[in-house]
Design a protein around this ligand. Structure first.
Ligand code: GAL
Length: 351
């Protein structure tokens, strides 16, 4: 595909396993304030496990490794765009020299970019695109949606009725996942019974939507469910389970959350999309440190007018859990293979 040049990320080897590094719901940890070089990291929410378990600790660790006198001011917006705007403003007031911003609302964040730039603070759009940002780092998000659609077509034998649960309309990635998924599903033999744009990616909303659909549809009629991420896949799974389903139709996902990897091994979810977050967080940390030091990297590619780094996502099913998330040390076998999943792990050759 020629949409833009892709930066391949093959052979990734994570040095540390970060599965155990979850910061227990901390909303803000501010190490700044001693006049050193401060980088603000602004993440959108906490319900998706990646942010506090991976993005935050990995980013902080890389900054520390690259720059001994840099501080990270971490702020999480809890899915509230106006809270994120205030966090960005106070980060600038508190002396941040760079904002690494994963926006709750991509459009609203153009305002944050403008005001940061007017204070000579460059903005790195992290994972989600923001028009006018100085840099952008993400995965090939349309490809994520295509991978999910392709997997669903394969798992269903390209026939039958499905539900579609997309991400938040304020998240620019959600539109790209949806576009990629539709590009495959619309020309397949699958029939979309109902489709839902989940306002804030909430797993609870996903469960409610699926349960309400099951008031009209017999669960056995569902050939599969397109869920744009693992959080929602968990909600879909809970709704099906509550409806008495034991033989689960293929459900898609994204983020390689631990619970999703376990469901995949247990036959309760068909696939997820693994995005090696370490590569993304490391690249963002490197860029932020360069910017704080006044360097301007030139090894970027263009994405909608913004110098970018675009990384490759990886589709994960039962067959390649071992060769992807385990090989990369994203999770250890012990993380995945708890007592409940021991049998599933054994049959997948993990233990
Ligand atoms: C997307 C992100 C996904 C997932 C989702 C839910 O923007 O790329 O990895 O985390 O948001 O917050």
């Amino acid at each position: 595909m020629n949409r833009y040049r892709r930066t391949a990320v093959y052979g990734l080897v994570a040095i540390v396993s970060v599965a155990g590094l979850a910061a227990c719901g901390a909303n803000s940890s501010d190490d700044s304030g001693d006049g050193g070089k401060t980088i603000a990291l602004l993440l959108p929410e906490t319900k998706t496990t990646r942010y506090e378990s991976f993005d935050k600790p990995l980013f902080e660790a890389k900054v520390k490794e690259l720059c001994s006198d840099c501080k990270v001011n971490y702020l999480n917006a809890d899915q509230d765009a106006s809270k994120q705007q205030q966090q960005a403003e106070s980060a600038i007031t508190d002396g941040a020299s760079v904002l690494v911003l994963d926006p709750v609302d991509g459009k609203a964040a153009t305002g944050i970019v403008k005001s940061a730039q007017s204070s000579d603070v460059p903005v790195v759009a992290y994972d989600r695109f923001i028009e006018g940002a100085d840099y952008y780092i993400s995965f090939d998000n349309e490809r994520v949606g295509e991978m999910q659609g392709e997997a669903l077509v394969k798992a269903t034998g390209d026939t039958g009725d499905i539900l579609m649960l997309n991400g938040s309309p304020t998240d620019p990635n959600a539109a790209q996942f949806k576009k990629g998924a539709h590009s495959v599903i619309d020309k397949s033999g699958l029939n979309v019974l109902a489709e839902y744009d989940n306002p804030d990616w909430s797993p609870d909303n996903a469960q409610k939507f699926t349960s309400s659909q099951l008031n009209n549809i017999d669960p056995s009629q569902l050939a599969g469910v397109y869920a744009a991420n693992d959080g929602q896949a968990g909600g879909v799974f809970a709704a099906l389970k509550a409806a008495g389903v034991t033989d689960f139709p293929p459900i898609t996902g994204q983020d390689a959350e631990l619970a999703a990897i376990q469901r995949i091994l247990a036959g309760q979810q068909y696939m997820t999309v693994y995005k090696p977050i370490k590569t993304e967080a490391d690249q963002a940390a490197q860029l932020a440190v360069d910017l704080v030091n006044g360097d301007k990297p030139s090894d970027t590619t263009d994405f909608e007018g913004v110098p970018s780094y675009i990384l490759e996502p990886i589709s994960v099913t039962k067959d390649n859990v071992k060769d992807t998330v385990v090989k990369d040390k994203f999770y250890s076998v012990d993380d995945i293979c708890t007592t409940e999943y021991a049998d599933a792990c054994q049959s997948a050759g993990l233990q």
